[in-house]
Design a protein around this ligand. Structure first.
Ligand code: UDX
Length: 421
């Protein structure tokens, strides 16, 4: 989010310096290279762009009056709450370099109450603080930042300047008609986590329907189409499959529950534990489908895993259902070979022992079963007749319900989707 935000703010015409403690990240960004896969980001980075610099020197913040905090808030090790170490460290590091007239703008996803606490830290410098949550989706990060759905400013109600400064920064999207909501800190913080909780719930809702479909012979994809026509429900985020992952949804619903517990209203979000459970069960369901279709035992079976990233157009494997399924298959005794158009290197870093290959054909060659767990177009567009010539078996498990079942069946495959007969 930080790299994309920096590049996009320069694109909006501002003079930007991006600061990070990670030297290799800064080196790449300074050389005009995106340190991760994100469509469109590379085009915005250029060592010749005078409006966009990157450095590890926090003192460079002195050139600016507005300071965005875009560091991560991962899940704490050994717990479910959000780890605020990086947010706290970034604000502490900024303090000596800010003063009256400066605005610190939080973009990180934080537990409700964080902004009010940080505002007190910042106040003695004479600077003020706003919370401006970020709703970008990976894979669409650049366009979501340049043309967001909405802008939310959480401000101190005694501070008239903060919203004016943010309006100046976001002049272009505002002129293009982006809705803007000015509110208090707590509401702004909650907008972000409740949006992600809602999206996670929507996905787990349809995945729960998939579980019902599996015992009744119904088809969850047709069900989703049919209920999705109701404008109050909507078809988006109703794709049943192996479930949600990534650096946001899973940890955000857990941190939100942890914060609600602290606030004495844990019961209000108790349902999110079920949302999480449904989601995690779907991963095992994929493994079970492979097992059932390979005669009840995976020991020594060759299984190809198509997909490692938590979703297409990303190389992010944080809490990736795809990578988890690959590991579960290995644990069950299968000989797994995995591929992904972008995420092999990131996957290798956290699961170095898995067998990765670049070529789809090589990945599938000799396989007893093929499992699709990330719906990259490269996998959706595979020709089942051609793939039949590479594999040894004819079992395909569609963990994203993204293949045309009848095409695969006509080419002689045993097709199994999630929540589909
Ligand atoms: C999410 C939010 O969408 C974004 O607004 C927020 O700022 C960050 O978190 P992102 O993590 O990039 O964005 O991914 P998103 O597109 O929301 O997908 C999340 C996960 O849900 C993926 O693993 C995806 O495969 C899965 N998903 C999505 C489904 O399983 N079914 C769906 O119908 C939609």
């Amino acid at each position: 989010m930080g790299a994309v935000h920096a590049a996009c703010m320069a694109e909006l015409g501002h003079d930007v310096v991006g600061i990070d403690v990670d030297e290799s990240k800064i080196e790449n960004l300074s050389a005009g290279r995106a340190p991760f896969f994100e469509p469109g980001l590379g085009d915005l980075l250029s060592p010749d762009n005078a409006r966009l610099r990157f450095t590890t020197d926090i003192a460079a913040a002195e050139h600016a009056r507005v300071h965005f905090i875009a560091v991560g808030t991962p899940q704490v090790a050994g717990g479910v709450a959000a780890d605020l170490t990086y947010v706290n460290a970034a604000v502490e590091a900024l303090l000596p370099h800010i003063g009256p007239g400066h605005l610190v703008v939080g973009k990180s996803t934080v537990p409700v109450g964080t902004a009010a606490r940080l505002a007190e830290l910042v106040a003695p410098t004479g600077a003020s603080l706003a919370w401006n949550p970020e709703f970008l989706r990976e894979g669409f990060a650049v366009s979501d930042t340049l043309s967001p759905d909405r802008l939310v400013y959480g401000v101190d109600n005694r501070d008239d300047r903060a919203a004016e400064v943010l309006d100046e920064i976001y002049k272009r999207p505002l002129e293009a008609g982006t809705p803007r909501i000015v509110t208090d800190y707590a509401t702004a913080e909650l907008v972000k986590v409740s949006a992600n909780a809602f999206l996670a719930t929507k996905i787990s809702f349809i995945n729960a329907m998939a579980e019902i479909a599996e015992v009744t012979g119904a088809d969850v994809t047709t069900l989703a189409d049919a209920i999705g026509y109701d404008a109050r429900i909507g078809r988006r985020f109703l794709n049943a499959g192996v479930g949600f992952g990534g650096g946001c949804l899973p940890k955000d619903i857990r941190a939100f529950q942890a914060r609600a517990e602290e606030l004495g209203v844990g019961h209000s979000l108790a349902f999110l534990a079920d949302v999480d459970d449904v989601n995690l069960r779907r991963r095992q369901r994929v493994v079970d489908l492979v097992t059932e279709n390979l005669g009840g035992d995976l020991m020594g079976k060759a299984v190809t895993v198509l997909g490692l990233a938590f979703k297409p157009e990303s190389d992010d494997v944080r809490d990736s259902p795809a990578l988890d399924v690959a590991q579960r298959l290995v644990d069950a005794g299968a000989i797994v070979r995995a591929t992904d158009p972008e995420a092999i290197e990131t996957a290798r870093r956290i699961r170095p022992h898995l067998d990765y290959v670049e070529s789809i054909q090589e990945a599938i060659s000799g396989a007893d079963a093929v499992v699709v767990v990330t719906e990259w177009h490269q996998f959706r567009e595979l020709d089942p007749a051609e793939v039949a010539g590479w594999a040894r078996g004819r079992v395909v498990v569609d963990g994203r319900n993204c293949l045309d079942a009848s095409d695969w069946r006509s080419a002689g495959w045993t097709y199994a989707g999630l929540g589909r007969p």
